[in-house]
Design a protein around this ligand. Structure first.
Ligand SMILES: Nc1ncnc2c1ncn2[C@@H]1O[C@H](COP(=O)(O)OP(=O)(O)OP(=O)(O)O)[C@@H](O)[C@H]1O
Ligand SMILES: [Mg+2]
Length: 336
């Protein structure tokens, strides 16, 4: 029996720009069980961050607008919540870690204060109790000499240390869901490995769910149980991690996997460049009949250009938005 925590249904988010309507998120659906980690992957600009920001009601509007869909968290549609309701959810039930800590850490507040603040706001702790907890968390995320560091400002810390402070801030209230948007992309490989193992440990100990957004399939392999692949605002493939790596179906996913460097444990595609897939993502303002990937796809046939594919069931919990299954060659079991 699944214990579903998050269910995103048919989410569409558009940006109304002078050059047209950018369909940044175009009918995205996926779900997440309690305690599960999902990896959300795809090239730059495919709508990963916009999906994450929609969950927390953080889409800048204008120009952004949630056009359709539901974001069911713990049985309630977050899209129905007003600002006040969302503020209560943020930090307490759902926390987010951003790629660049300096954009979310306040440069003029000491780090101890920043970690203590959510406890005072959400849990009504007094100042000294909150600071005591904050210190515990800074020690837990292995900030050396944490007690002495409480009064430090963000600029006095290294990138890796700032990321640890961000994680401590995200975790203090014991959220049920952590959204981590490229949490380690800005860090060098050794620090990245330390932060990922820290996040894994926290997730296990706190039985938290995680939506992990990354370019890096190596990180996904290490952290996630299931993977959702996005392309141009749509989910193009979803599967459990083993099945996706062993039997990718969508030509886009196969390209992503091929562009992973061979060296084990190395971060793949840090630049987000995909040498194995020619061409670029079409402008999101283009209205495309047919598959959005067809133009770059070596296997596209006439149906792909005529009609947009739905997510098609491949096997078990594996689905792909691709017409290849309908291709006569696939039916003869020797597709591609
Ligand atoms: N505030 C905004 N105004 C206009 N367009 C926006 C805004 N935010 C995002 N977009 C557009 O929405 C699309 C999806 O952006 P998003 O940030 O979700 O991509 P992403 O998959 O997170 O990429 P990256 O891997 O580079 O972080 C992009 O084309 C982007 O230009
Ligand atoms: Mg992003």
């Amino acid at each position: 029996m699944h214990n579903r925590l998050l269910d995103i249904k048919n989410l569409s988010v558009h940006f109304h720009l002078p050059e047209g309507i950018a369909r940044a998120v175009d009918g995205v659906s996926f779900d997440l069980d309690a305690g599960e980690t999902i990896g959300l992957v795809g090239e730059s600009g495919c709508g990963k961050s916009v999906t994450a920001l929609s969950i927390l009601g953080l889409i800048p509007s204008p120009p952004g607008r949630i056009e359709a869909g539901q974001v069911i968290f713990n049985g309630q549609d977050l899209l129905d919540f007003d600002d006040e309701g969302l503020r209560k959810i943020r930090g307490r039930d759902i926390a987010m870690i951003f790629q660049e800590p300096m954009t979310s850490l306040n440069p003029v507040l000491p780090i101890g204060r920043q970690v203590a603040e959510p406890l005072m706001v959400h849990q009504g702790l007094g100042k000294s109790a909150a600071f005591e907890q904050a210190l515990k968390w800074l020690e837990f995320v292995r900030i050396p000499a944490a007690a002495k560091r409480l009064k430090d400002y963000p600029h006095q810390l290294s990138g890796g240390m700032r990321q640890r402070v961000m994680i401590a801030m995200a975790m203090v209230c014991g959220p049920r869901l952590l959204i981590a948007d490229e949490p380690t992309t800005a860090l060098d490989v050794t620090i990245q490995a330390q932060i990922l193992s820290l996040m894994n440990r926290l997730k296990e100990e706190l039985k938290m769910s995680m939506l992990l957004i990354t370019h890096d399939l190596g990180v996904v392999a290490q952290m996630a149980a299931r993977v959702v692949v996005m392309y141009a605002g749509q989910v193009v493939e979803a599967a459990n991690v083993t099945d996706l790596f062993d039997h990718p179906f969508h030509p886009y996913t196969r390209g992503l996997l091929k562009s992973m460097p061979r060296t084990a444990g190395r971060s793949a595609g840090r630049s987000g460049r995909l040498s194995e897939i020619p061409g670029t993502v079409p402008p999101l303002t283009d209205v495309i009949t047919g598959c959005k990937f067809a133009e770059r796809c070596a296997h596209a046939f006439d149906l792909c250009r005529r009609q947009s594919p739905e997510l098609i069931h491949i096997r078990d919990d594996h689905s792909a938005r691709c017409w290849l299954k309908e291709h006569p060659r696939y039916r003869r079991q020797d597709h591609v």
